[in-house]
Design a protein around this ligand. Structure first.
Ligand code: ZN
Ligand code: ZN
Length: 350
């Protein structure tokens, strides 16, 4: 069963998709345009530049080409009319206000409704082909980090270290970064999403690297915090607390576990030692997009199942002192989890 058939079997037999990641997931097509799913066929609507690409990537879809005489909305209007459809679910969080207004005008007899998150839910459970891409993206990331350890030294700026890491990921075969690489040294470490700066990495700094390669469209996500020379006992204690929280919460990842219970393991430990210093969720799903479902948050009642891919990334952030985060991307297996991230988690000192 292809994924469009799987979508229909989940009750979505008519819908318009504009999110390029959802379109890629459903059809394999990676160009621009929209996907109109109808009860008996699926139509990719695109322009001249992508016609051949769409035919190659998605031979099982029909193709409609927009042109000067016929825009996407006219194509949608015709297709709905000939199928006798008057309700069209759309992606409310993707369609812009201007596009919505144009559609309302072009489709006067059609009721535009909100699509449920069916594709997002389908995307949470990865098949073997998807898992292999994620494993490969993580392997590239680990190799690149190893390359970085060979060149990083006190005196290098955060921006330079970031550029080196990105370059090594590209050399190792990444298709591009899964997200903007984070490098946070010394006091900048207290910013969970620090942007690499001109700050020079100094002896005595903890340096956090949060990064990921991409392979086959799939993202990797990992974080390691390293020490440059001798660090203070205060920073050592922070590192040890984060490492313990990471190891114990990750060990709880298995089918049947409830996401919020896993978050709670790390949260209770860190809250006892560093109240208020772990302010974000423990983790998130990873796939074609860097942040997917399920979320490992204190709110999420989602039950983990085989094929889910989640990050486990506790951190402690102390303003004026620094911070630490350690993150793996792990795959939920039949009876536990697989961790493709091979970079050690014991403190690395350079
Ligand atoms: Zn990350
Ligand atoms: Zn992450």
């Amino acid at each position: 069963m292809n994924r469009i058939e799987a979508l229909r079997s989940r009750g979505i037999s008519c819908a318009l998709y504009d999110d390029p990641i959802n379109i890629r997931y459903l059809t394999g097509y990676t160009g621009e345009g929209s996907l109109l799913v109808l009860p008996d066929r699926a139509v990719i609507i695109t322009d001249f530049r992508y016609v051949e690409q769409a035919q190659r990537q998605s031979p099982f879809c029909d193709l409609e080409r927009v042109g000067a005489d016929r825009g996407a909305n006219a194509i949608i209007a015709e297709a709905l009319e000939s199928a006798g459809i008057h309700d069209l679910p759309i992606e409310e969080n993707i369609v812009t206000v201007s596009r919505l207004r144009a559609m309302e005008k072009a489709l006067p007899g059609v009721h535009l409704t909100a699509l449920p998150e069916t594709v997002l839910e389908m995307r949470t459970v990865k098949d073997e082909g998807e898992l292999d891409c994620i494993r490969k993206a993580l392997a590239i990331s680990c190799q690149a980090f190893d390359d970085l350890l060979g060149v990083i030294h006190a005196g290098m700026t955060e921006k330079r270290a970031c550029a080196e890491l990105n370059h090594f990921m590209n050399l190792r075969g990444s298709e591009g970064n899964a997200f903007d690489t984070i490098v946070a040294s010394g006091v900048n470490g207290s910013l969970p999403h620090a942007v690499p700066s001109d700050k020079v990495i100094e002896k005595g700094d903890l340096v956090t690297f949060d990064f990921g390669a991409k392979f086959g469209g799939y993202c990797a996500d990992m974080t390691r915090t390293i020490a440059v020379g001798e660090i203070s006992s205060e920073l050592h204690a922070i590192y040890d607390a984060v490492l313990e929280a990471q190891l114990t919460s990750e060990a709880a990842v298995k089918p049947g576990a409830v996401c919020r219970d896993i978050d709670k393991i790390a949260r209770d430990q860190l809250e006892a030692k560093y109240p208020g210093a772990f302010g974000h969720s423990l983790g998130h799903g990873v796939g074609l997009f860097i942040h997917e479902l399920p979320r490992l948050s204190f709110r999420s009642e989602t039950i983990l199942q085989k094929g889910h891919v989640v990050t486990v990334e506790p951190g402690v952030y102390v303003p004026g002192v620094g911070g630490c985060r350690i993150e793996d991307t792990v795959i939920v297996t039949e009876d536990g989890f697989e961790n493709p991230v091979t970079t050690p988690k014991q403190l690395i000192v350079v």
